[in-house]
Design a protein around this ligand. Sequence first.
Ligand SMILES: O=C(O)c1cc(=O)[nH]c(=O)n1[C@@H]1O[C@H](COP(=O)(O)O)[C@@H](O)[C@H]1O
Length: 275
Amino acid sequence: MTTEQLYNQIQEKKSFLCVGLDVDLNKIPKHLLALEDPIFEFNKAIIDATHDLCVAYKPNIAFFEAYGMKGWLALQKTINYINDNYPNIFTIADAKRGDIGNTSSMYAKAFFEDLNFDSVTVAPYMGKDSVEPFLAFENKHTIMLALTSNEGAFDFQTLLVDGKELYKQVLETSKSWKNSENLMYVVGATKAEYFTEVRKIVPDSFLLVPGVGAQGGSLAEVCKYGMNDKVGLLINSSRGIIYASTGTDYAEKAREEALKMQQEMSGIVSLKFKV
Ligand SMILES: O=C(O)c1cc(=O)[nH]c(=O)n1[C@@H]1O[C@H](COP(=O)(O)O)[C@@H](O)[C@H]1O
């Protein structure tokens, strides 16, 4: 998918919501556990209930890998279900990969070719040759961690290197990499005050913004400081949407939560573009 197609979808749906699929068998409604593939059945119901309100889905790979072969099969069924039924929706494999070049190439193949995701999250710690193999794929996107939503972000990401915070160095340096137009960046919603600085370095890039909902970040604040001319944001909520209810009405309640976010986004988009 191209960023233009993603932007068109944002305009059409008046939404820049990404629903995170972080499926934990201890948290999903108990009646699903009797089914052959509870993870997929849970995802399918959430996707069917929210697809018109969001522009992206982000399965977090850890939540599938934790269940071994069954989990990986559920991941494959989930991505195929989205691609077959809602092909306009942007898909993010939240895998936070990155390794020496030839290994990164295999990670990229796994998520872009075998599973056919539109994007994958990547950690920048190993530098240029660990990220460029992901960037080589046309119309696929590499979402690199810049400033994360967790407390530990302050351990390294904001340390000064040559008088500049490390996350700023990461953003700046990555712009010189081959095919850097295929980069997007993760910036946590819990750090809204940093978005102004981020936008000075990457004014046009899409930012994946986790941390609203369960982690307490504010959608309005992120939009105030982080939005660009083309919105340029994908705001993720996982637990706040998918675990809105633990009863048989879980999909309905997930829709209600997604709708609340979409309505807030619709107001912001309409105001910004005066539509
Ligand atoms: O890359 C991510 O998606 C990510 C980066 C980050 O800085 N913080 C963060 O929470 N995430 C992911 O975003 C999701 C947030 O989930 P909730 O807090 O339940 O909305 C989880 O899948 C996290 O792994």
